[in-house]
Design a protein around this ligand. Structure first.
Ligand code: C2E
Ligand code: CA
Ligand code: CA
Length: 547
């Protein structure tokens, strides 16, 4: 057992005088902390964290010694040392055929001011022949304090060599939104301070809007410092699947970590969704932009969701106020984000909606459908609504599609229509049994729809446009009755509720008792006229025409 009685944090002087040895004898080394997809349990990367174990004073912590190194211009050397150790580690994985994962290395904001840093790490990478896709660089949000242009030029240089850049400690303070807009980062790491305290409250709202914004920018998000399943599940519910924290693993020493890499499955950080050219992502997510203002206030009810063609899942990421009013059925925005939208659809309506999405993907145009949904809420219980949706693809990445849906609640109209159809159906059935010829006339379009018997016995087509002219022409109405019949149509259109007379029909001038009843809407406007014709004599032998 080693004697730990001397273990304590070192003073600044001690740190400075031990630094050279620490580099030369690898007292400064690297621990690795995995980044995990909480949904699949697979590893998507790892972060390299600097460790300093002094032979006498024991473990020193980065939060204590890094500020000292930064203050004394030693951080550059320490960071290059870490980078080199990571390259050695990757080289070892390559040589031992351990499957590799990307490892992120921290870049101090003081490295940003050092123009040699990027070329220096690139030289080290080449020395060990590590493919650039297995190395990422973490830049802290606070780097931007030194000026956006400088950071921006460093990112450009890193990108030119092929490094992906992670924005570390995002949301920790320094005008985060502007940074996102102005800096071309590839991955966002959410600051740990979000992960503590009341995550469902205000912090949660900020978190979920950051995740939504990141989606708009097509940027994956990794949440740091996640210690509990509850927080991981919450993050997943708002669309952030990637997690780095004690929940899955603490930083591990290289040997321990290499063992973990060989056991756990890996996957790439998913392809980001790319917006269609016509859309400016920066403006679209920006809460202050005209686009957002228009989305929230001026367009009709609309939602934006991500459809995954691989597993058919749908995830709503944005809805506007009118959407909540139109089809929200009392749900809050968060209730909508948190629930699986497919749960509101039965099989039939799921099929209708999904095939419309697929058509919109195929056609790259707007596609429309109507379907029923059952919405369950704590407040209102179960509610069935019928929704007309117009769907358009506005972005894609791999098998994921970003979709804009305009919706309209058509429940009332649909119910009225269904009731009417039901009534007509019954009516038609009744007529068929009573040996009556029946038809209906739409008083606004002058389309006439006959019953089956009319079609069968009198050769009337399923729809007669410009009624009654074609039937006067073909002699169903004898010429001397034509004007009287046209006058009837006018009367019906003017709101006469009922009409009846005996009229000789067909060239054979067979006398029929013809009756009309009119249907009106709530305002008293005539909609449809239902006509019927019964043989005046021998009505029960009327089907002799059948032969
Ligand atoms: P960071 O880059 O934000 O690193 C994450 C820190 O959170 C690490 O602390 C890590 O051990 C810790 N952490 C990880 N998961 C959890 C968790 O679930 N709960 C809690 N409470 N903490 C967790 P660490 O290693 O002490 O590093 C502290 C900071 O020191 C780092 O913060 C980074 O800013 C800096 N640092 C570490 N390594 C390097 C390096 O190689 N170069 C530079 N320039 N800075 C480094
Ligand atoms: Ca970091
Ligand atoms: Ca961090």
């Amino acid at each position: 057992m080693s004697d730990r009685s001397h273990e304590r944090p070192m003073t600044e002087t001690e740190l400075l005088s031990s630094f050279e040895d620490a580099i030369n004898y690898d007292h400064i080394f690297v621990s690795y902390q995995a980044q995990i997809n909480h949904t699949t349990g697979r590893m998507v990367g790892a972060e390299a964290l600097m460790r300093w174990k002094h032979p006498l004073y024991g473990m020193q912590y980065p939060t204590d010694f890094i500020p000292v190194l930064e203050k004394n211009d030693l951080i550059y050397k320490a960071d290059l040392h870490v980078f080199e150790m990571v390259c050695k580690f990757q080289k070892k994985c390559m040589d031992e055929r351990v499957s590799m994962i990307p490892i992120s290395v921290n870049m101090s904001r003081y490295d940003i001011y050092n123009h040699e840093y990027v070329d220096a790490i690139e030289e080290i990478r080449r020395k060990y022949d590590v493919p650039v896709k297995f190395l990422r660089i973490e830049v802290t949000e606070s780097s931007a304090i030194g000026g956006m242009e400088l950071v921006s030029s460093v990112l450009k240089k890193l990108h030119s060599y092929g490094y992906l850049v992670e924005m570390d400690d995002f949301g920790s303070g320094y005008s985060s939104l502007n940074i996102l807009k102005d800096l071309d980062v590839d991955i966002i790491k959410l600051d740990m301070t979000f992960m503590s305290g009341d995550i469902g409250g205000r912090g949660g709202t900020i978190l979920s809007s950051i995740v939504q914004m990141a989606k708009w920018l097509d940027t994956p998000v990794i949440a740091e410092g996640v210690e509990t399943v509850e927080i991981a599940d919450y993050l997943k519910s708002i669309g952030c699947n990637y997690i780095q924290g004690y929940l899955y693993c603490k930083p591990q020493e290289p040997d321990e970590f290499i063992e973990m890499i060989s056991k756990v499955k890996h996957e790439p950080i998913t392809a980001a969704l790319e917006l269609i050219k016509a859309m400016d992502a920066g403006k679209f997510w920006n809460p202050e932009s005209m686009e957002t203002l228009i989305f929230s206030n001026f367009v009709g009810a609309a939602s934006i969701f991500v459809y995954d063609r691989e597993d058919g899942s749908v995830e709503i990421i944005r809805v506007n106020k009118k959407y909540l009013k139109e089809v929200g059925a009392g749900r809050s925005e968060n209730e909508i984000f948190d629930s699986d939208p497919w749960l509101n659809h039965d099989d039939k309506s799921h099929k209708i909606y999904e095939s419309t999405i697929l058509r919109a993907i195929e056609s790259n145009d707007e596609e429309t459908c109507e379907n029923w949904r059952t919405i369950c809420t704590k407040m209102c219980g179960e509610e069935k609504i019928c929704v007309r949706s117009s769907i358009r693809v506005i972005g894609k990445g791999g098998e994921k599609f970003l979709i804009y849906a305009m919706v309209q609640n058509i429940t009332k109209e649909k119910k009225q229509l269904d009731a009417m159809e039901e009534r007509e159906h019954l009516l038609k059935q009744g007529f068929e049994h009573a040996n009556v010829y029946a038809w209906e006339v739409d008083l606004s379009t002058w389309d006439m729809r006959p019953c089956f018997r009319c079609m069968r016995d009198l050769n009337v087509p399923p729809v007669v446009h410009n009624y009654p002219e074609p039937l006067i022409e073909n002699g169903l109405f004898p010429p001397d009755y034509a004007d009287m019949y046209r006058d009837w149509m006018k009367q019906l259109q003017n709101g006469v509720g009922e009409l009846e007379a005996v009229i000789p029909l067909t060239v054979g001038r067979v006398p029929f008792h013809v009756r009309y009843t009119t249907e009106f809407d709530e305002t008293g406007k005539p909609l449809k006229a239902y006509g019927s014709a019964t043989l005046v004599v021998d009505s029960d032998k009327s089907d002799k025409t059948e032969e």
